[in-house]
Structure formats: structure tokens, C-alpha cells
Write a protein that binds this ligand. Structure first.
Ligand SMILES: Nc1ncnc2c1ncn2[C@@H]1O[C@H](COP(=O)(O)OP(=O)(O)OP(=O)(O)O)[C@@H](O)[C@H]1O
Length: 304
């Protein structure tokens, strides 16, 4: 059974299409990273799943339950770190957790949960005095109540320092090993890279790529950037190089020519340029996963 299934989900806000006919399946047991730049539609998608907003079109299910028909069954089985968690200023962290335990009818020990999220010493303090990172830790502690089957985390590392982000990743891994499916959104690739089985990249409401981190890396393996420093750039060189099979782009800046090409085309590019111009310097640059992410999220939409 899929843990999350969205079918043709669209959310329109006036002129703005926040989510555009989105089909997305998260399999049970996966850690799925939901990536995309600000405004890509990640929170809107999550809010649809949580039945906090009604989609303009499409339908969705969580743990096999329809989001409109059985929201209570869903709420009982999931843990959520929402975007911008609302706290009760005067209530202590422990009381927040106790409240979540009581409302879920769970049997957790609040102190154990506080300790898991690194709030052991702050449990008695009013949550209104917590820092951003501490509030985020508290939100995670609440999400963990009742050992949920599915964790939905909207930008869970917001406000966390590097140690906090690392601890968050360890908790995500441990929860997954316990059997939970994890769906978490982020606009920072490295946050999901370390823990995710699969990532989906959103851009302008559409899923523009979906793959394992390994799969994304394989795509990188086939692409290289070649940078040539020439003594001068002869007329027609740009067109000649662009015509080579496997060349994706050619950019000329003064006497420098930068060519993006598949690995197979590397030799042809090199020999063609040497044939037409005098090469003073030459280097290759590997594309990083970060660059691939930027490419997917800033250029023309591609098909998933
Ligand atoms: N209540 C709303 N009314 C009008 N437009 C909205 C509303 N909520 C979201 N949008 C728009 O929908 C688009 C998607 O927003 P969304 O918050 O889902 O993006 P996101 O990927 O979560 O971004 P971020 O990383 O900044 O949280 C944006 O253009 C946003 O301005």
C-alpha cells in the first residue's frame, strides 16, 4: 500500500496555480524528500494531504484513507511537523508533549520524547521563551508521539543549527528503521540528500524530476562541463561546437568557451575546438548534485 497518493491534484489561488495536476506516490517504508525552491508548491501539497486546504481538483489518500472522507483515521496514524508550528506561549514544552499524548491516547513518556529531541533541560520552561530551533525540536517531539506510521515534515530543519539538523536526520533514520514512512519537504538539497531513498523535485507546482539520489547521481555522471581558454574565438566556432552530438550548451565569454556535454561527446568537443582554435588552457568541471537541483528548479520545466 502506498503511504501517500496524490492523483491529479491542483490548487488554484486566483491566478496562481500553486499545485498543477500533481501525481505523486510515496511507498510505504520510504524516506521521501520533497524538494523545491520557495513557492514551488510543497506546503500547499502538504496542506492538501493534511486536509487543511481543499484542492481545486484531484484526490488524495494517506495510508489508504481518503483525505476528505477519513481525516480522523489519518490524523491518528501520522505525525506532523507543520510549516510554522503554533505554540502556546505559557505552556511548558513537557505540557505540549503531554497534551499531544493525551489527545492521541498514546502511552509515551514525555521526558523520553523531550530527551530524544534534545530538550531535556528545557522541558519545564514556557515554550514561549524557546528559540526558533527549540520550537522546531518541540514540534518534532510532538510529531513523534504515538510512534506514527507516517511522518510528514514541512521544512523540519528550519531554524536548526548544523548539530540540530544532524540530530533531526538521525531521528528520521531511526523512525524509518522502526517502520515509519517519512515524507519531508525542504528547499535545501543537502538536508534530504543524506537520508532520502527517493526525492521529488517541485517547480512551479509541478514535479519536474523524481528519482533516487543514486539515479540523480547517474544523470550527473553523464554530464560534464568543459572550459577552454582560447587565444581568440574564431567566427562560427559557437555554431560548430553546438552542432556536435551530445552538446547541450555552449557559452562564450571573451576568449573563454564553456561547453556542457555528455561524457561521450567530450572527445569530439576537444578535438573540434583544437582543430578550429588555439587552446591556451582547458579544464573540466563535474556537476554537483546541488547544480543539478538548481538546473531543475530554475530552467524550463522538464517532464518527470
Ligand atoms: N493562501 C494562499 N493564497 C494565495 N496564494 C498562495 C497561498 N498559499 C500559497 N500560495 C501561493 O502558492 C504558491 C506555492 O506556495 P507554497 O507555500 O506551497 O510553496 P512552498 O514550496 O512550500 O514554498 P516555501 O519553500 O517558501 O515554503 C506560491 O506562489 C504562493 O504564493
Amino acid at each position: 500500500m502506498a503511504a501517500i497518493e496524490l492523483r491529479g491534484v491542483t490548487k488554484q489561488y486566483g491566478e496562481v496555480t500553486a499545485v498543477d495536476e500533481l501525481d505523486l506516490t510515496v511507498e510505504s517504508g520510504e524516506i521521501y524528500g520533497f524538494l523545491g525552491p520557495n513557492g514551488a508548491g510543497k506546503s500547499t501539497t502538504i496542506n492538501v494531504l493534511l486536509d487543511l486546504i481543499t484542492p481545486t481538483a484531484g484526490d488524495a489518500s494517506v495510508l489508504g484513507y481518503d483525505i476528505h472522507e477519513e481525516p480522523t483515521a489519518i490524523r491518528e496514524r501520522i505525525g506532523v511537523v507543520p510549516e510554522g508550528y503554533d505554540i502556546y506561549n505559557r505552556l511548558s514544552g513537557r505540557k505540549h508533549i503531554q497534551f499531544a499524548i493525551d489527545s492521541k491516547g498514546a502511552a509515551d513518556d514525555p521526558d523520553e520524547l523531550l530527551s530524544r529531541v534534545g530538550l531535556d533541560d528545557a522541558g519545564d520552561r514556557p515554550a514561549g521563551g524557546y528559540s526558533k530551533g527549540m520550537t522546531q525540536r518541540l514540534a518534532l517531539g510532538i510529531a513523534l508521539v504515538g510512534s506514527p506510521e507516517l511522518l510528514i515534515l514541512d521544512e523540519p530543519t528550519t531554524g536548526l543549527d548544523p548539530n540540530g539538523a544532524q540530530e533531526m536526520r538521525e531521528i528520521i533514520r531511526a523512525e524509518n528503521e522502526r517502520g515509519a514512512t517519512v515524507f519531508f519537504s525542504s528547499h535545501i538539497l543537502e538536508q534530504v540528500e543524506a537520508v532520502c531513498d527517493r526525492v521529488g523535485i517541485m517547480r512551479e507546482g509541478e514535479l519536474v524530476a523524481q528519482d533516487t539520489i543514486g539515479g540523480l547521481r547517474d544523470q550527473l555522471g553523464t554530464q560534464t562541463t568543459l572550459v577552454f581558454q582560447l587565444s581568440d574565438v574564431p567566427a562560427g566556432l559557437e555554431a560548430t561546437v553546438s552542432d556536435i552530438g551530445g552538446v547541450e550548451s555552449v557559452a562564450i565569454d571573451g576568449t573563454q568557451i564553456t561547453v556542457k556535454a555528455t561524457d561521450d561527446a567530450k572527445g569530439d568537443v576537444l578535438s573540434t575546438i583544437q582543430e578550429h582554435a588555439s587552446v591556451e588552457d582547458f579544464s573540466t568541471e563535474e556537476q554537483s548534485l546541488e547544480e543539478l537541483f538548481v538546473e531543475y528548479t530554475s530552467e524550463a520545466p522538464q517532464t518527470a
